[in-house]
Ligand binder design. Structure first.
Ligand code: C5P
Length: 239
């Protein structure tokens, strides 16, 4: 896989014009555009179609979490949008995840990714929810449950990616946010990793937002990240 295909750029804005401009600039230099609740709530399926028509793969990050029947309906509705990936919450349970996978169908489009524990939560937050396992154990537990339910992959924090890769093997896609090149600001991300370290730890795809979108030259920033991934990769694997 080419290094740029591993970069999924998060465009977190409600401003459609801005999102279109960015997506046009990033055509051919990233593997997909991640659109989430902010963009979708403001611009709906029509907005997603406009980004799709520019020629991008779409990672629709709406993190569905509801009763199985409702999540199945939501996943069926995303099929109209020809998205590459959609997200659900693993904490919705095995039946909900199985319904999502079944509703997607055997054509494997879109790919279904499960979110385990949100990275905004700490051990104390889990305790206050009545959840006694340390975060990393709970992430592994939910990751295994999700993989058994048939999801194609997981969204994982940089902290957990090597543990999940070691436990779930190479068939489980791992999509990793919280990525910061050494030359960019951390913003509000606390548990960060550089692009090449995350790939080395076992990530398949990297979700990168502000280091690209807030740069003076988003295209150049994406290209620089791709180059760092290839150099990191070649220094380890000699190709
Ligand atoms: O700008 P930045 O690179 O921090 O954007 C990361 C993207 O990944 C955002 O869309 C954010 O919501 C998302 N994300 C995250 N941590 C998670 C899951 C998703 O930062 N655990």
């Amino acid at each position: 896989m080419k290094a740029e295909e591993r970069i999924y750029c998060a465009i977190d804005t409600s401003d459609l014009k801005k999102a279109i401009e960015l997506a046009q600039e990033l055509k051919g230099v990233v593997g997909a555009i991640k659109l989430g609740k902010e963009f979708f709530t403001a611009n709906g399926p029509a907005g997603v179609m406009q980004i799709l028509e520019i020629g991008h793969r779409i990672f629709l990050d709406l993190k569905f979490h509801d009763i199985p029947n409702t999540v199945a309906g939501a996943v069926r509705a995303t099929k109209e949008l020809n998205c590459h990936m959609v997200t659900i919450h693993a904490s919705g349970g095995s039946a909900m995840m199985k319904s999502a996978v079944e509703a997607r169908g055997t054509a494997k489009s879109p790919l279904i990714l499960a979110v385990t524990i949100l990275t905004s939560l700490l051990d104390n937050d889990l305790v206050s929810l009545g959840q006694k396992l340390p975060i990393k154990d709970q992430v592994l537990r939910l990751g295994m449950l999700a993989f058994k339910a048939g999801v194609d992959g997981l969204v994982a924090s940089p902290k957990e990616v090597s543990l999940l890769r070691a436990s779930l093997g190479s068939d489980c896609l791992l999509v990793v946010p919280g990525i910061r090149p050494a030359w960019s600001s951390n913003d509000d991300q606390k548990r960060i990793m550089t692009p090449s370290n995350a790939i080395e730890a076992g990530a398949d795809y990297l979700v990168i937002g502000r280091p690209i979108t807030q740069s003076n030259d988003p295209k150049a920033a994406a290209e620089r990240i791709a180059e760092e991934i290839s150099i990191g990769h070649s220094s380890k694997y000699g190709n």
